[in-house]
Design a protein around this ligand. Structure first.
Ligand code: HEC
Length: 140
């Protein structure tokens, strides 16, 4: 009698655990598409940690060691008012920044535009890319 009650209890616990596990997996799976699109809040934190030493991003903020990045997604390269770009940068960067081109540049600045002055920055980790891009896109 006691044995069968204990068995039922364990059985129920196992079933509850299984339900919880399935529910948790569903939450994790559901989160994945959002992660692919990038989390702008996390991107803001990444920007502060990795970019703000050299860049401002709000409209009208002064250039630092690097140019102000307001509206950088879909902005022509090399046009921040009052910023003196390096000749290496100006000679090569004759494009308009897209999420893809920003991603390759910030992943490896020295390789993408040899001799540019952001080359001292070693680049961001791949796992930070989508969140950072989502944040940059909100700053326009
Ligand atoms: C060590 C300083 C430094 C850090 C850190 C840095 N940058 Fe830069 N960045 C620069 C400089 C300097 C330039 C201009 C390069 C030149 O003129 O040679 C630049 C240029 C750029 C440009 C091109 C802007 C334009 O007007 O075309 C983008 C985009 C950019 N940086 C994004 C970023 C992002 C995003 C981060 C953070 C992940 C970052 N940078 C981190 C110094 C830095």
């Amino acid at each position: 009698m006691i044995k069968s009650t204990a068995f039922e209890f364990i059985n129920r616990s196992v079933r509850t655990l299984a339900t919880v596990t399935i529910a948790l997996s569903a939450v994790v799976l559901y989160r994945n598409p959002a992660d692919a699109a990038g989390d702008a809040n996390n991107g803001a934190a990444i920007f502060i940690r990795q970019c703000s030493l050299c860049h401002t991003i709000a409209k009208g903020e002064p250039n630092r060691f690097g140019p102000n990045l307001f509206g950088i997604v879909d902005r022509k390269a090399g046009i921040a008012p009052g910023y003196k770009y390096s000749s290496a940068f100006l000679a090569m960067a004759n494009w308009t920044w897209s999420p893809d081109s920003i991603a390759s540049f910030v992943a490896a600045p020295a390789k993408t535009i040899p001799g540019n002055r952001m080359g001292v920055f070693q680049g961001i980790a791949e796992r930070d890319e989508q969140d950072l891009l989502a944040y940059l896109a909100t700053q326009k």
